[in-house]
Design a binder for this molecule. Structure first.
Ligand code: ZN
Length: 658
């Protein structure tokens, strides 16, 4: 599971360091930000070489995610990149249409396809099909190569992709958990995890490769296209495996065992090998360099079962890890104090390993849009028996913080005191609650035996929202506990202000996040749902938050912190019960009633306020670049890291288009 960044650019604290560029450019409502990984140069050479091979393994799987997200994703990307690499931006004849293609392509790269990652909705190219064909033909005349099918002409290719490029109503949502009448959550979702399969088709079907297969319907019923060497994505997987094998000789013992288990899983695709890999990965607690590589998070799937491919390479940030370790060591203390029915407490709390990391590269489902916290593995059975690893992405947090603009706070805070608290403590509050969410939240609690460790099968499309709400509520409930200051996550003398700053930011976010959903009146993204669920529930059931309107502007004002915490505890008890019992109706009641629907008029008001300020609403990241330094005999003597500060160039390099 992952924690995305909740705030807008502009909700945090620090001042831009002038000599280092963070915020590079803005494309529509997306910001592009360079992140840095300063500790890399100080790693021992063997660890740098290990990172180099793992970095290549992460890049080798990037296209899998494009294809999982949309069946036309790779062809569309190839067309866009062919135009951008052959027709110059200042070409007199084409500059207007090329500028539009460039705008669209940047959004396409940020979101790994034509769907906004937060709203699930499609965005389209705003030139005409005729203009696209004309510029593509000009590009072809200059030598560009297009992904035409056998015997397919360029005009035929573009005609085939006219719906995907230009029509908002064609395949409108990548993941739809609240489908229109007559469709269901699978047929209404345009992602490529299923081919023509409905929820009804799944009844009685024995799914053997839940996490790592694409389900296809044909005359004889359903079949699974397994993601493994020799199977679906076999070419990409073979390249990943090749780089993992090159990495193994440079890895410490525990990492070596995990990488070998990962290679076995990629080769067989069998769930038993995936479990063995999860266990080996969790056991690798102390290595400096780590990687996440595989079919991991299930947010893309409306059922919450199929894993989206991602690759992450990171190393430990020692300085920031100490307090997290102490929090993890106190996990049993917190478990005994969870405000839910004691029957759902974990009997023995094992192995939550918490670290702050600096990432070197994030691909697929993990980048250019990135989480700020990650807790894995997702398999509840492995978590309960072997524990989990929880990481906070220190250099991503830093880049968010440094790229920020102050105007958001002013617009949505009720008074100057709230603005001042947000400026002084917003970044700290966000870091602390993300840590509690990941280290204590996801790792806590147990589920009823009859669920066999798989509550997601019972909770279906509500699972991810319920699980994220649970982890957020653990954080909101405990952030005011003196034990949090004891372990060193925040200074005791300022805990009261930090707690209030967090509650205020949390309440504010339920308003501000509406800017991201410019159409319709429902939320689809799980974290957005869980955050609204909590705030709307607190508004209805407690006196913690006042809804106020001043000069036509709506504000959510936290007026009673004690009521906030007490309400969070009460809701947490219910959310845990729902998860533990696999109570689908109870989960639907919460997610539908509080987390899904919003007033379009309120959203229009928020959008108008944000647009007046012309501020971005989400962030894509430009990553460090690695290059090996070789001696005359070809062996690697160093690995150099540089910072490209150029999103387009980096994306074209990743695609092999330059
Ligand atoms: Zn989470």
């Amino acid at each position: 599971m992952e924690s995305p960044y909740a705030g807008a650019p502009g909700t945090g604290g620090a001042v831009n360091v002038p000599e280092r560029r963070y915020l590079l450019e803005q494309v529509d409502d997306a910001a592009l930000v360079q992140y840095y990984a300063d500790g890399f140069d100080a790693l021992p050479l063997d660890q740098k070489i290990l990172v180099w091979h793992l970095y290549q393994a992460a890049l080798a799987g990037r296209d899998i995610y494009y294809d999982q997200r949309y069946r036309h994703g790779l062809a569309m990307r190839a067309i866009l990149e062919a135009v951008l690499t052959t027709v110059p931006a200042d070409d007199e004849q084409w500059k207007t249409v090329v500028a539009e293609i460039r705008r669209y392509t940047k959004l396409f790269w940020i979101n790994s396809g034509p769907y906004n990652n937060l709203t699930s909705r499609k965005f389209v190219l705003k030139c005409t099909p005729t203009e696209l064909l004309a510029v593509a033909e000009a590009a072809a005349a200059r030598g560009a190569v297009f992904p035409c099918g056998t015997g397919e002409s360029l005009p035929a290719l573009l005609r085939r992709l006219e719906g995907p490029f230009f029509e908002p109503a064609f395949d409108p949502m990548v993941t739809s958990k609240t489908p229109r009448p007559g469709t269901d959550i699978l047929t209404a979702s345009a992602n490529n995890l299923y081919d023509a399969v409905s929820m009804e088709d799944l009844e009685g079907f024995d799914e053997k490769y839940g996490l790592n297969s694409r389900l296809v319907k044909h005359a004889g019923g359903l079949s699974e296209e397994i993601y493994r060497a020799g199977g679906r994505y076999g070419d990409e997987i073979s390249r990943i495996v090749g780089h993992l094998r090159s990495a193994i000789p440079h890895a410490p013992e525990a990492t070596r065992r995990a990488l070998e288990a990962l290679v076995r899983f990629y080769e067989s695709g069998d769930d038993t090998d995936r479990v063995a890999y999860d266990i080996a990965w969790v056991a690798d607690k102390d290595s400096i360099v780590d990687t996440i590589n595989g079919f991991i998070e299930v947010y893309l799937d409306a059922r919450g079962v199929k894993g989206a491919w991602e690759g992450i390479v990171c190393f430990t940030n020692e300085g920031k890890t100490t307090a997290l370790r102490r929090l993890a060591d106190a996990a049993a203390w917190f478990e005994e104090r969870m405000p839910w029915d004691p029957v759902w407490r974990r009997r023995e709390v094992v192995g939550v390993t918490a670290r702050a990391i600096d990432v070197v590269v994030e691909t697929g489902d993990a980048g250019p849009l990135t989480a700020i916290g990650i807790n894995l593995p997702n398999d509840q059975r492995v978590r309960e028996r072997y524990g989990s690893k929880s990481v906070s992405l220190a250099n991503i947090n830093e880049a968010y913080d440094k790229a920020q603009l102050p105007a958001y706070r002013r617009e949505f805070c009720w008074d100057e005191a709230e603005v001042a608290r947000a400026e002084q403590w917003g970044a700290t509050a966000s870091e602390v609650t993300t840590a509690i969410h990941e280290v204590l939240g996801h790792g806590s609690g147990r589920v009823a035996d009859h669920l066999e460790g798989q509550p997601q099968l019972a909770l279906k499309e509500t699972y991810s929202s319920i699980e994220e709400a649970r982890a957020d509520l653990v954080a909101l409930y405990f952030v005011s506990d003196p034990k949090i200051a004891d372990v060193g996550l925040l200074p005791a003398s300022h805990q009261g202000e930090i707690v209030l700053a967090e509650y205020e930011a949390y309440a504010r976010n339920a308003l501000v996040q509406l800017r991201r959903v410019r159409e319709g009146s429902t939320l689809e993204e799980d974290h957005m749902r869980n955050r609204q669920l909590i705030v709307y529930w607190l508004i209805e059931h407690t006196d913690a938050i006042d809804v106020r309107v001043r000069d036509g502007r709506t504000y959510y004002v936290v007026v009673d912190e004690t009521a906030f915490r007490e309400g969070a505890g009460r809701l947490l008890a219910e959310v845990q019960r729902v998860k533990s019992e696999g109570d689908y109706d109870g989960a639907r009641e919460l997610v539908e009633r509080y987390g899904t629907h919003f007033e379009p008029a309120l959203r229009d008001e928020i959008v108008a306020r944000v647009d007046r300020l012309n501020l971005p609403s989400y962030t894509g990241f430009v990553q460090p670049k690695l290059e090996p330094v070789r001696s005359s005999d070809g062996s690697i003597v160093d690995v150099a890291m540089s910072y490209p500060l150029d999103f387009e160039r980096q994306m074209l390099e990743y695609s092999g288009a330059v």
